[in-house]
Design a protein around this ligand. Structure first.
Ligand SMILES: CC(C)(COP(=O)(O)OP(=O)(O)OC[C@H]1O[C@@H](n2cnc3c(N)ncnc32)[C@H](O)[C@@H]1OP(=O)(O)O)[C@@H](O)C(=O)NCCC(=O)NCCS
Length: 274
């Protein structure tokens, strides 16, 4: 399977008077897409609408997070966000996309602009210039309640977040952290053409991949030649850390299932990151 992958990242919408993050007036709860989803409870198809949420949706967002977390078997996969963080994304510092079925919120995807805060993932890849750091956006949490998983809602919401962002060039550098072995979440990032640049300990000693893309100058990876891709098992942390540390130009670009094992593919990137 050879193909040439052009990685495009995105930008996003949110008001601010800080250079690099443009003010955007989004209409209240605009519908971005209507789609059919299958419920795991009754096996039936339901109409779902994907919307931009506002501050009035804060309790619904927290309820979806609570219900999702209650069903997660491995707690290292997801680190819940606080009410304050979601409020920040719903106010001036980001954006949250949500999925409604029968007027009930069943899933969300949040984006946050860290700006000058120490959590800015630009710092993790050596970004220092304040004007560059101010153009960073984080793809933050995504939750879909168990009844409606299996409909690829996370990927749909991410795509809408990216499209909204592209409309106004509001940010330039897109980041996200993902737990190793969180297949669905990694699929979400790879399908948004993001690349793994690092594997580091974050969040109370849990390892996380740092995914990245440069919106204005997309990083391209050439996957024409499969022999140029090095595969590592997703649960083999040491091998992946070594690959990324020893080769500053190496990036994770895809994942595959090999029998029961999830593997991550790494290849060389040949351009500057930012
Ligand atoms: C991650 C999450 C949002 C994805 O929900 P979703 O959009 O309904 O995803 P889907 O169930 O449609 O699955 C998408 C892909 O992931 C795979 N997948 C889903 N859950 C999986 C699991 N537990 N193990 C392995 N693969 C899984 C699906 O098979 C599918 O893969 P494919 O594209 O190769 O067919 C949801 O599972 C969730 O809320 N999880 C808990 C919170 C979390 O981990 N959030 C992400 C980090 S912030």
């Amino acid at each position: 399977m050879g193909f040439n992958k052009t990685i495009m990242a995105n930008s996003n919408a949110a008001p601010s008077n800080i250079p690099g993050v443009k003010a955007v007036a989004l209409p209240s709860n605009p519908t971005l897409e209507g789609c059919e989803v299958i419920s795991r409870s009754d096996g039936k198809s339901h109409q779902c609408s994907i919307n931009v949420l506002n501050i009035n949706d804060i309790d619904a967002v927290l309820n979806v997070q609570d219900e999702t977390v209650r069903h997660i078997k491995d707690s290292s996969i997801y680190y819940p966000d606080t009410r304050e963080v979601f409020e920040s994304s719903l106010s001036n510092d980001g954006l949250i996309i949500g999925c409604h079925v029968n007027s009930r919120l069943v899933g969300f995807r949040s984006i946050w602009f860290p700006r000058a805060r120490p959590e800015n993932l630009g710092l993790d890849i050596g970004m220092q210039d304040p004007s560059q750091l101010s153009q960073v956006a984080h793809l933050e949490r995504a939750c879909v309640i168990p009844e409606f998983t299996g409909n690829r809602l996370q990927m749909r919401m991410t795509r809408h977040a990216i499209n909204l962002a592209r409309q106004d060039n509001s940010f330039r550098y897109l980041f996200s952290t993902v737990a190793p072995m969180n297949y669905a979440s990694m699929q979400d990032k790879f399908s948004a053409d993001m690349l793994i640049l690092k594997l580091v300990k974050k969040y109370e000693d849990y390892y996380r991949y740092i995914f990245f893309q440069n919106v204005m100058k997309p990083i391209q990876v050439n996957l024409e030649n499969p022999s140029s891709i090095i595969f590592a098992n997703g649960d083999d942390i040491d091998t992946q850390v070594n690959l990324l540390q020893k080769n500053k130009l190496m990036a994770g670009c895809l994942q595959q299932r090999n029998k029961d094992v999830m593997q991550v593919g790494y290849t060389k990137i040949e351009c500057t990151l930012f």
